[in-house]
Write a protein that binds this ligand. Sequence first.
Ligand code: SF4
Ligand code: SF4
Length: 201
Amino acid sequence: MLFLDPNKPIATCVSKSCQGCPVEDKLHCHFTLKDLTHFLLIVLPSFLLGGAGVYHFSGWMLSLWIFMVIGYFGFIEIRVMCSHCPHYAEPGKSLKCWANYGSLKLWKYRPGPMSPVEKGVFLGGFIIVWGYPLLFLVLGYQWFLLSVYVISVAGFFMTLKTFLCSQCINFACPLNKVPKNIRNAFLERNPTIAKAWGLGK
Ligand code: SF4
Ligand code: SF4
């Protein structure tokens, strides 16, 4: 199966069915090819434009950036952020969600909040990954590409925050924007996660 069974509650959920669940249409407990495609469509322009700018400066520098991107999104981010996500508790050796699809689950599932160090590494990684092309766009005097790149990065984060972070089941992430009442409704159905947040009985 490429994605989780949409008719079955997730591994941490104690409900018998998703039908009638008050958060069913508010949170993304399950993911589809459409979700993955949507994510790729909003993130790829920034990588293609940034990559073009770095490549114009140096192919070696582009190789280094690709290495950093794979290392961060394939391993580091998975450890500091995704290992706190309920989706990480699903059976299988890799993630099947809208972002980081296919990344290996090398670490154990750790429900509950991210530590300040984890948050720092998570946000610092974003700054390094999307900040790196800026250096080469400026050093290479690629002003038009620089402006389009900045717009693509801003567009990505605005779309991410508005449409994805507002429905994401990883409440530990510093970008998560799910309202408190929806979080509580989800936690009522996911008692092991509530307990890890110090809210369980
Ligand atoms: S919280 Fe609701 S929508 Fe999510 S898996 Fe459980 S029953 Fe399904
Ligand atoms: S935090 Fe996002 S990218 Fe990571 S496992 Fe959860 S849904 Fe996937």
